[in-house]
Design a protein around this ligand. Structure first.
Ligand SMILES: NC(=O)c1ccc[n+]([C@@H]2O[C@H](COP(=O)([O-])OP(=O)(O)OC[C@H]3O[C@@H](n4cnc5c(N)ncnc54)[C@H](OP(=O)(O)O)[C@@H]3O)[C@@H](O)[C@H]2O)c1
Length: 397
């Protein structure tokens, strides 16, 4: 078993959590030797001897075999992570945005430099989903993954619908608790959940999809009318990331969904996350746990470090199998060409026309509230940039 000497980047919510959990875990043979942070004037809870402000103090130190990257800037994180891999260091990261934006390149870097790169904390915090998708579901034919992957939006949806707290106060509460991103737009507009879905999609179905090909729609436009509509129907609104395979194609999107009582997602409240998998032989399975926060996220990083002690790395078996089979026959591809049943609240009749609903089952007009329920293609939702508008709310029905 290896002893790990760690160079840590970032000492914020997750970094300090990791320091804490490493010191409270007896079985882990890992030592944080050096920590690189950004701001010189910040007070630190541990002696200043640990800290550096120069990334090269870690990257050029051959005595450090593992880099743990826990900073809040995706571009700088990619520079650090790729430089570390080029030097053959093992890397652990929690940075879903950085991974989703550079996923295929990071895959190639791992291969080229024989550098393990683990990122369990990047999707659904403490829920051990990536390693399960990689190892446990290797031979089972997965057909669908659905998840509540963003703690902040689930917290806001819980507080606004069940506790009558305003949207702004609920968001403030999430930030004060340390699980909202520095820029909450990424959370509420469902980019964070989409970055996680981009990563999970690869480990579920063995394909790399660019995150901007995946439709995301957040909760930023949720109105009192939408909440009242849900309440009258006896359903709860949850932000759900979904990927599934159908007729040889793979689909993925993140958007709010009406969840009925009895559905496993119905009682997933506050900052909790959950993932439901469907597979040919094991049927439905449900994972539930804390998706964010200092110690829960650090526990996933700790698990990656424990795996590195045994030289574990992701093999991307499904991706490699797919490459092999694609050479022989037409393989499965990603598509947005699929009809979804949705509730769409809108104000602009032109938008309704442009979206070209394939079917409209219900339509409602009043002075300040108009909605339709019907079938629309994911490609149309993506094309018309719904997430950039402030006059619509769309929910999977
Ligand atoms: N918070 C969560 O619950 C959670 C959950 C899952 C994943 N994550 C991911 O984990 C990562 C860290 O999140 P966080 O919440 O811990 O962030 P955070 O509290 O804002 O802390 C960020 C840390 O990064 C440091 N930093 C920023 N730029 C740097 C640079 N160029 N070089 C070195 N250090 C730099 C900051 O230094 P200073 O201390 O000097 O400011 C700070 O210590 C992010 O990728 C986030 O998406 C977070």
């Amino acid at each position: 078993m290896k002893k790990l000497r760690i160079g840590l980047f970032g000492f914020g919510v997750v970094g300090t959590g990791l320091y804490d959990v490493i010191h409270k875990t007896k079985g882990i043979h890992a030592k944080i030797v050096k920590i690189c942070v950004k701001h010189r004037d910040k007070a630190r809870p541990i002696p200043m001897d640990f800290f550096t402000f120069d990334k090269n103090d870690i990257l050029n130190d051959d005595s450090l075999d593992v880099v743990v990257e826990l900073i809040d800037n995706a571009d700088e994180a990619f520079d650090i992570v790729s430089a570390a891999m080029k030097k053959g260091k093992a890397v652990v990261s929690a940075n879903k945005r950085m991974i989703a934006e550079n996923f295929h390149e990071l895959y190639e870097l791992q291969k080229k430099h024989n550098a393990p790169f683990l990122y369990e904390a990047s999707a659904c915090g403490s829920i051990p989903i990536i390693r399960n998708l990689e190892e446990y579901y290797d031979n089972d034919l997965l057909t669908s993954l659905e998840g509540i992957c963003n703690g902040t939006t689930n917290y806001i949806l819980t507080k606004t619908s069940e506790e009558k707290i305003s949207y702004a106060d609920a968001l403030k509460g999430a930030q004060q608790s340390g699980f909202a991103e520095s820029d909450p737009t990424l959370d509420v507009k469902a980019f964070d959940a989409k970055f996680k879905l981009t990563i999970l999609l690869t480990h579920t179905f063995g394909i790399f999809v660019k995150h901007n090909e995946i439709f995301n729609f957040g909760i930023q436009n949720l109105s009192v009318e939408d909440s009242t509509f849900a309440k009258e129907k006896g359903v709860r609104i949850k932000l759900i990331a979904h990927t599934f395979s159908a007729n040889g194609k793979i689909l993925a999107y993140v958007m709010p969904k009406f969840i009925h009582k009895g559905d496993m997602f119905y009682d997933v409240r506050n900052e909790f996350n959950a993932v439901q998998l469907e597979a040919s032989f094991s049927d439905k399975q449900f994972f539930y746990g804390k998706g964010a926060g200092s110690h829960p996220t650090a526990s996933a990083v700790l698990s990656d470090l424990a795996a590195l002690m045994y030289d574990y790395h992701y093999e991307y078996k499904k991706y490699n199998q797919r490459l092999e089979s694609n050479n022989k026959a037409n393989g499965t591809t990603f598509t947005n060409d699929q009809l979804l049943n949705v509730y769409l609240r809108y104000s602009d009749e032109k938008l309704l026309k442009d979206l070209q609903f394939a079917e409209i089952d219900q339509q409602y007009f009043s002075h300040n509230f108009k909605y339709v329920i019907g079938k629309v293609s994911v490609a149309k939702l993506l094309e018309h940039k719904l997430n950039d508008r402030d006059d619509v709310f769309v929910v999977r029905y």
